[in-house]
Write a protein that binds this ligand. Sequence first.
Ligand code: HDD
Length: 714
Amino acid sequence: MKNLQDEKQRDLSINKSDGTNKFLTTDQGVRINDDNNSLKAGERGPSLLEDFILREKITHFDHERIPERIVHARGSGAHGFFEVTNPIPELTKAGFLKEAGLKTPVFARFSTVAGSRGSTDLARDARGFAVKFYTQEGIYDLVANNIPVFFIQDAAKFPDLVHAVKPEPHNEIPQAASAHDTFWDFISLMPESMHMIMWVMSDRAIPRSYRMMEGFGVHTFRLINEAGESTFVKFHWKPKLGTHAVVWDEAQKISGKNPDFHREDLWEAIEMGNFPEWELGIQIIPEKDEHKYEFDLLDPTKIVPEELVPVTIIGRMVLNKNPDNFFAETEQIAFHPGHIVPGIDFSNDPLLQGRLFSYTDTQLSRLGSPNFHEIPINRSIAPVHNHQRDGHMRQEINKGRVSYHPNSLGGGCPYQAQMSQGGFSSFNERVDAHKVRERSESFRDHFGQARLFFNSQTDIEKSHIVKALRFELGKVETTAIRVRMLGLLAQVDAQLAEKVALGLGAIVPPILEKPINRGVSPENEISGKHEPQTVDSSVTNSDALSMVKNPTNSPTIASRKVAIICAEGVSEAAVMNIKNALLQKDAKGVVVAPHLGAIATDNDKSIAVNFSFLTASSVLFDAVYIPHGHDVDALAKNDDAIEFINDAYKHCKLIAADGDAIELINLMPFAFKISNDDKGILLSKEAASETFAKNFTTAMGEHRFWEREANLYK
Ligand code: HDD
C-alpha cells in the first residue's frame, strides 16, 4: 500500500486561497475600487438598489452562520497521521491496519458535549474524540469519547438524554452544565446511567488538556479478515502524555480566566512542535467468547475490564498541523460511526445501531445538503464514482448520459467491485428472531460496573466524585430528585451515598422494594422484566480505571507551563536556571509580574514580562516558581500574588522558591499547613542551584501532590 501521509493536504490545497498581494474582488471576480462607501444618490442621498457590491457583501454576511451541532457543538481539531506499528492482517483486511509503517492522514476533533459553540472548554462533561481516517479504501471514522461507556443502552433514549442535559427549554439556563433539575430528574429515573455517572462525576470530565485524554470507541465493533471471519474489538486511544485532569475549583476559575483553555493548549502545542500523540489499542475478543462474561458485549454501559482482555497496541496517531480555517475544517467536518471500510463492521449494540441513522441525518440539517461529502475536509482521497446526482451545492461535474445502474449505455460503469477487488460486503451474521421492542435480559445489571469503577479509584479520586455529586445535586432544586439520586448511589456504594447525603443535608432513602415507575407499561412493571439488578463484576478492582494509578500516566512534563513570579530586583540567574531546565524537558517557564512590560533584575538588566497578575492566574499553569532576589515584603502585600500562590497550593500543584523567596512561602496563608510529606513544596536556600532545577523538573513529573487533600475521603 502507498504511504498516504501527505495525500489529504495535497487534496485540500486545491481549495486553498490566499489574498496576499492580490486585488479585492467581488465573488464574481470583479475588482473593487471602493469597499468603504455604498453607492448613493448624492453624498447625503439614499443608497441605490443597483449597488451589487454592497448587496453581495451584506447578503453573504447575512448567511454566514450554519446550525451548530446539536451535541458536541464546542470543539477543536487538527490534522495529523495514523501509523501502523503492529499490523493485524490476521484480524482485518482493512488496508490501513495491515502494513507496519503505513501512514494514513487523519483529522481529529475533540469536543465537549452539552455546551454551545461559544461555551467554556472546562465544563464538567464527557469529551468527544472523533478521528477521520482518509484511507485508500475510503473514509473511516472512529467517533469516540474520552469515557468508555455511555448513559443509555438504546438510541431511542438519546433525544431524551440530550433534552434533559441541555439548558432547560423555558429559560435556556444553565449553559454547558449538567447541574440542574432536568438532567438529574432524567438520570434518577434511568438507573442504567449509573456507570457513566461515576465517570462523568470523576475528574475524567475535567481534563487538563485534550492531549491528555484517553479515547474509547465505546461500542463493541467487529474486525473482518480476508477469510470473512469476525473478531469483536473495543478501540482505545492512549495518550503519550498520560491521562491528567484539573480539579473542579480550578476548572471553574479557568472558565472565567480563559474559556478557550483546551483549544489554545492544542493549538499552541502543535505550533510549538510538541505534537500530541496517542497509541491506538484494541481489546480482542474472539467470536466464541461472545457470551463468556457476566456483562453483554453489546451493552454500551459496560466496559471489558483490561484485567479480562488486555489492550493490544496496533498503531499511533500524531497531530502535527493546525487547520488553516476553523470553519472550513473543524466546523464543517462531518463524522459518522457508519463511515467504515472493508475489514471493519458493526455489532448489534442498539445504541450504535441508532447512531448509524443519526449522523448522516444531522449533517443534512447542519451542512444543508446531501453533498456534504464534497466539502473539502470531508472529501475522500479514494476515488468516488456513483450515480448519486444533483442536490444543493453539487460540485462534481458528472459527465455522460448514464446515471443509473445497471446500464448498457455506459458500458455498465462504474462497476461493482467484488470482495477480492475491495468491494464492501457486510459481515454474514445469521439473525433469526422475532421483531420485539425489548431490552435483553443480559442488559439488566446497572450497578455492578459502576461499583467496579468507584472501588478502583484512590481515596482522593473518590472524594472528588463525592464533591462533584454534592455540587451537581446541590444545584438541583427539587428535593425528590436529590433523594432519588441518593437511592441510586446507595446501590453503587453505601458509603458514597452517605457522604453525598451529608453534603446535601439529606438522608439516604431505603432501597425501594418496588422500583420507581419510569414510564413502563403496567404489565412490564408486574413482570419486573425491565427492572435493574446488580451483578457482581468478576473483576473487583481495575487500576486502568483510576487516573492516579493508571499505567498510561507518564512522568513527562513536555509542553507543561510554569509561572515564574517576578518583581523588581529578581535574580536573573535564578529565573534563567529554571527556564533553561524546563526548556531541556520541552516545558516552558513564563514570567508573571505585578505589571506588564519589563522587570528590573538584580544585575541591572531587565526581564520581559509575559503576563501580569491581572491577565493570568495560577490555574492556567502547572506549577509556580518564585525566584530569589525579590522585594518579598512588597509581594507579600500584593493580594493578587497571594491568591496566585495560594490557589496553586489549593490545587495541589508544585510550588518552588529559592534564596530570599523562601520567606514569601513562610508568609503565605497555607504556611502553617505545610507538612514534611508534601513533596510539592520545593525550597532551596541556595539560589539558582543546578540541583534545585533538577529537583524542580523531577517534581513536576508528579503532576499533583494529593497528600494535601489526604484524609478527605475518610
Ligand atoms: Fe454522538 C456527534 C460521540 C451516541 C448522535 N457524537 C458526536 C460527536 C462525537 C460523538 C465525538 C462529535 C463529532 C464531531 O466532532 O463532529 N455519540 C458519541 C459517542 C456515543 C454517541 C461516543 C455513544 C457511544 N450520538 C450518540 C447517539 C446518537 C448520537 C446514541 C443518536 C442516536 N452525535 C449524534 C449527532 C451528532 C453527534 C446528533 C451531533 C453532530 C454530529 O453528530 O455530527 O448525530
